[in-house]
Design a protein around this ligand. Structure first.
Ligand SMILES: O=C[C@H](O)COP(=O)(O)O
Length: 324
């Protein structure tokens, strides 16, 4: 098992973390002094939780919860207003034949399409999330990243999904990572900020733990695994480490930060595995769209198919739901 209050006593935040104006040297010293993540233990624990089965009655509830947690995403060069409108309609009413099917949490689009999603989602309660900060690579001057963030917010985005500067992180410039997140947080105003770590580029689970700590410290409302553009994208062990980080942050400060698993999550089985992980690692308090999201471009249809099968005993035909 990895580190945690139940297994290893007080967590890192209690070990006199450096103050808000800390130099890069003290951030480096602090982060490098944190107890390491037990990679083998994390993988074993994630594997063990993934193997758990849940009863049919609980499965129906889990599927509805997973639908409510979906950030229905399109992040392609070929995205168009028409596609965003169709996706927004689907997010608000995933199964037009069954009004009991819950709505998704949000639609996630590039900044130039935010206004289209906002108009299409007005009055539905579904949020509009926008990637910003030169998604997915994050290679742009800070001013350009802030301008993009402000544009998305001015267009009505309720959530901003930013990427961290992985180059700065991997070369040990933690101060730059923190400053950039804090600046984007300010530019986001009242929009919720999700900070994408791009765990597939961080190399180790220790780095995932460190990046989480920096993002939370800089003001993240959510920490998010991946852009969906880099392999591996979301993984159970990486998400486990992130859930431990938010759990420990809560134990140390009383504040709750959310987690978003995104990238490569395509089936109901996978979605349910993430819910089991959330429940077992962070706790039931995180089983809400306010604290856990699944970012996915093509998961919703499988959730709807499984939902219909549970209710009726048969799978709907392949053409029953509109394409994700
Ligand atoms: O943020 C969400 C991801 O970009 C979606 O990735 P996906 O297309 O693999 O589902």
């Amino acid at each position: 098992m990895t580190t945690g209050p139940m297994e290893g006593g007080p967590m890192p935040d209690t070990a006199s973390p450096p103050g808000p104006a800390a130099s890069n040297a003290s951030l480096r010293a602090y982060l490098r002094g944190l107890p390491g993540v037990d990679e083998v233990g994390a993988r074993e624990r994630a594997g063990e939780l993934a193997a758990r089965s849940i009863k049919s009655a609980a499965k129906g509830r889990a599927i509805d919860l997973a639908i409510r947690m979906v950030d229905l995403t399109t992040l392609e060069g070929a995205d168009s207003p028409g596609k965003v409108r169709a996706m927004s309609a689907k997010a608000a009413h995933p199964d037009p034949a069954d009004p009991s099917a819950p709505a998704a949490a949000a639609v996630c689009v590039y900044p130039d399409l935010v206004s289209v999603a906002v108009a299409a989602l007005r009055g539905t309660g579904v949020g509009t999330a926008s990637v910003a900060t030169a998604f997915p690579a994050g290679r742009a001057p800070l001013e350009a990243k802030l301008a993009e963030t402000r544009h998305a917010v001015a267009s009505g985005a309720t959530e901003i999904d930013m990427v961290i500067d992985r180059g700065a992180f991997l070369s040990g410039d933690y101060r730059k990572v923190v400053e950039e997140i804090a600046a984007v947080k300010e530019a986001s105003g009242s929009a919720h900020l999700k900070v994408i770590l791009e765990t597939g580029e961080l190399g180790t689970l220790d780095n995932v733990r460190r990046a989480c700590w920096l993002a939370i410290r800089a003001g993240a409302d959510f920490v998010k695994t991946s852009t969906g553009k880099v392999a591996p994208a979301a993984t159970l062990p990486g998400t486990l480490v992130m859930l431990e980080a938010v759990r420990d942050h809560h134990a140390n400060t009383g504040a709750r930060v959310g987690v978003k698993a995104a990238g490569g999550i395509r089936g109901t089985k996978d979605a349910v595995r993430y819910l089991v992980l959330v429940n077992e690692v962070a706790g039931a308090a995180w089983l809400t769209p306010d604290l856990f999201r699944i970012g996915a471009s093509s998961l919703l249809n499988d959730l709807l198919m499984q939902r219909t099968r549970l209710a009726s005993g048969t799978y709907p035909g392949p053409d029953y739901f509109t394409l994700d």
